[in-house]
Structure formats: C-alpha cells, structure tokens
Design a protein around this ligand. Structure first.
Ligand SMILES: [Zn+2]
Length: 195
C-alpha cells in the first residue's frame, strides 16, 4: 500500500469539520491534565508517528509538564476498542489493548488517556471505514475506556495528514481535539433537524 494520500471525500468532510463546524479544534494544553503523563493510544503508522509525538510533547511542555507519553499502539489506533470495530484478520486486539490500558495505568500511575484515530489510515482503508465512521468508533472507544476505571480521564483526538499536491503545501499535518459532547450534538442535529 505504501504511503497514503487523504481521499477526496474524507478531505471534504474533514475541512467541513475543521473550518465550518469547528468540531475539530487545535487542542489547548491547559485543558488536559498531563501532570502524571498520558497513556496515548494512536495507530502505529510510522509515516505519522514523528509528527504525532511532537504534538504530544508540545502539549506537555505548553502545560508546564515534563513529557511522559506512554504509547500503546495498534493498527487503527483507539478505533480497535470500539465494540463495533470489526477486523476479521486481527481478532482479539480489543481485549489485549484494554488489558494493556489497565496494566499501564496501574504500573505507571497514569490516568489521563489520549485516544486517537487518524486520516489517511491504512487499517481504516483496509476495513472500509471512512473518517466519519472512524470518529464514531473513537467515541465508542471512549465509552469503553471510561468503563474500565472511573479514574480515567479520556480525551479524543484526530490526527490528519493534509496532503495537497495542488497547492504545494506538501504533507501539512495537525492533531485536532474533538469533544464527545459536541460530536453527539452534531449527530443529533443531523438525525433530528430542528433540535
Ligand atoms: Zn493508521
């Protein structure tokens, strides 16, 4: 498959979510409790990890904390934890990842959990999951993690590689925060116009 380029339909929806609906926003460090570090659950994608790591590191430094990211990587990232996630080639991943999350929290005394999906994602593409469905899986994953331990503070993020061959911007990349509450409200408005 090699390096992936963001597909046109996903790009249009992401632009809508960032520029118009403003549901995907650049994260504010002071709103995250990174005092003891963070368990970070991203996709293992090596084309994106360097940028993602820089963003996590910058958030910690901005909030005045020493960066202490504890990475639990899976192909597909936190989407794997969604009860609706289905990858026939790699069963049993959710159970292993939840066990690792609980283990990591106890072992390192870290209860801030940063869940990620991203685009373009090879695993999402292989499983025919577009960015809208990816975010839905991310939100379902958040519920799962919160149920594992009431101490967990869970925040959701979408990492985007905005490749734009026409403007010459190259691979501009960004990490965006997305609130479960605003995402739910958006979907409620879409299914029940008038609310
Ligand atoms: Zn991926």
């Amino acid at each position: 498959m090699g390096k992936l380029i963001l597909g046109e339909s996903d790009k249009q929806l992401l632009k809508q979510l960032v520029e118009v609906e403003k549901l995907l926003i650049v994260p504010e460090a002071h709103k995250l409790d990174l005092s003891r570090g963070a368990i970070v659950v991203p996709c293992a994608d090596g084309d994106q990890m360097d940028d993602l790591f820089d963003d996590i590191r910058s958030l910690a430094i901005e909030s005045g904390k020493k960066p202490r990211p504890h990475f639990l990587t899976e192909h597909g990232g936190a989407m794997v934890l969604s009860p609706e996630w289905h990858d026939p080639d790699r069963p049993g991943r959710a159970r292993r990842l939840t066990e690792d999350l609980v283990d990591a929290a106890k072992m390192k005394d870290i209860y801030t959990v940063l869940l990620f999906c991203h685009a373009p994602c090879g695993k999402a593409t292989a499983c025919k999951v577009d960015i809208e469905a990816s975010i839905r899986h991310l939100m379902l994953a958040k519920r799962v993690v919160k149920q594992l331990d009431p101490q967990f503070q869970v925040r959701c993020f979408v990492h985007i590689d905005w490749h734009d061959e026409f403007t010459g911007n190259g691979h501009f990349k960004e990490t965006y925060f997305i609130s479960a509450e605003t995402w739910d409200k958006r979907n409620l408005r879409r299914t029940q116009p008038g609310i």
